[in-house]
Design a binder for this molecule. Structure first.
Ligand SMILES: C[S@@+](CC[C@H](N)C(=O)[O-])C[C@H]1O[C@@H](n2cnc3c(N)ncnc32)[C@H](O)[C@@H]1O
Length: 377
């Protein structure tokens, strides 16, 4: 296994959950750029460090002696960081996870002296996070941000300046760029950026609330639409999970079909679950909500249906293996005779994998881009 070499130390880092045969590294040059820059400073004094969007622990593990705070929207990142700390025989108590759905008032005020930001792809999410951290930094906080140039919006520089203050760009290092930002605008939080946006849909006129970083911000996804027009008739009291709920459109449509069903919306994104909760509130609908990894940690033999436009990718990586990882726990959570109904892109050949776990696997609808597959336990 390749090791991350930083500041005369080496760290074993994996992408958890492990996917057999995966060659993908758990860090990129933007992580290295941030860490190398951090260690150029005199950090002998105790510093409160905040890491934003550390995906697998590449920032947290080398900086664990600083007992860093980590701000992230991903439950999967949380468990990956924990796992990598264990693998490196480091304490899992020495860091604090702040999920991106946190209210700014629950974030420590003027606390962080050094902030390292892995720049997210979504510009609206970057703005959201910059506003979110404003109250937690002070005028002398050192802020550095980095990302791979191919993933960055051309507006990144101006957004950093607009939200925080004067920003200087460093040279490119291994296809990543680094910004050094002076925190000048820390007393002016733009509350509207921290709020959800509303989307009036043409699906039973349902209203969706969507926070940044949540799937399908501007319109209902076409795959989801096909799934919604092929839902079965649900009976009262049936237990149904909307898996990978995003802003909750599938669960809401099920509630509209039969409000006596028992719906649980699950997602690994904190902002997705917060969006789904808000969407249900806006439509006077009821459900349970859970941030977790698929149907791991769910009661066994208990569900009548799992309905999903499933997570096709492992955070940013497209693969079948990530979808397959979910199939066994889904089967285990269903009652005998329970059904798993998914929409999948025609380019993804899920059926052979589904047949390993389910007795009956059938395509019930398709169009030029998607299949709807029903699997019976
Ligand atoms: C294709 S989107 C579907 C969103 C929504 N259901 C819709 O149809 O608009 C897949 C969702 O799965 C979530 N997801 C990804 N990995 C997950 C995991 N391990 N456990 C639960 N949800 C996950 C993503 O955050 C995303 O919201």
């Amino acid at each position: 296994m390749e090791k991350l070499a930083i500041n005369n130390n080496e760290y074993k880092l994996e992408r958890f959950p492990l996917i057999q045969g995966s060659q993908l590294r758990a860090w990129n040059s933007a992580d290295e750029y941030l860490l190398n820059t951090f260690f150029e400073f005199d950090n002998s004094e105790n510093k409160n460090v905040l890491l934003v969007n550390d995906q697998f622990g590449a920032l947290t593990i080398p900086l664990i002696n600083y007992k860093p705070g980590v701000l992230s929207d991903s439950f999967m990142s949380k468990i990956s960081i924990e796992q990598n700390l264990i693998e490196n025989e480091l304490s899992i108590e020495d860091w604090k996870f702040y999920n991106s759905a946190i209210e700014p008032d629950n974030f420590p005020t003027a606390f962080f002296d050094f902030v390292l930001i892995k720049i997210p792809k979504s510009i609206s999410y970057l703005k959201y996070q910059l506003n979110q951290i404003k109250k937690s930094i002070h005028k002398d906080t050192v802020i550095i941000a980095s990302g791979m140039t191919k993933h960055l919006s051309p507006n990144t520089h101006s957004i950093l300046e607009e939200c925080l203050g004067e920003t200087k760009v460093d040279r490119t290092f291994k296809k990543s760029v680094l910004f050094r930002i002076q925190p000048q605008k820390i007393n002016t939080i733009d509350e509207s950026i921290l709020n959800y946006t509303e989307l009036q849909t043409d699906i039973n006129n349902l209203m969706l609330a969507t926070y940044p970083n949540v799937f399908s911000q501007e319109k209902v996804d076409n795959g989801t639409r096909l799934l919604l027009s092929n839902l079965p008739d649900f009976n009262d009291e049936e237990k149904i999970v909307d898996l990978g709920c995003g802003s909750g459109i599938i669960g809401l449509k099920i509630f509209i079909n039969n409000s006596n069903t028992k719906i649980t919306c699950i997602d690994e994104s904190y902002l997705a679950v917060k969006s789904a909760e808000k969407s249900f509130e806006l439509n006077n609908a009821k459900a349970e909500f859970l941030v977790t990894d698929g149907l791991n940690n769910i009661e066994l033999n208990n569900l009548d249906y799992v309905i999903s436009n499933p997570p096709f990718h492992n955070q940013t990586t497209l693969d079948n293996a990530e979808a397959e990882r979910h199939f066994k726990p889904i089967k285990e959570a269903l009652k005998n005779g329970g059904r798993f109904i998914i929409v999948c892109n025609r380019s993804l050949n899920y059926e052979p994998y589904l047949k390993k776990y389910f007795s009956a696997v059938k395509r019930i609808e398709s169009n030029n881009k998607y299949f709807i597959i029903e699997c019976i336990k």
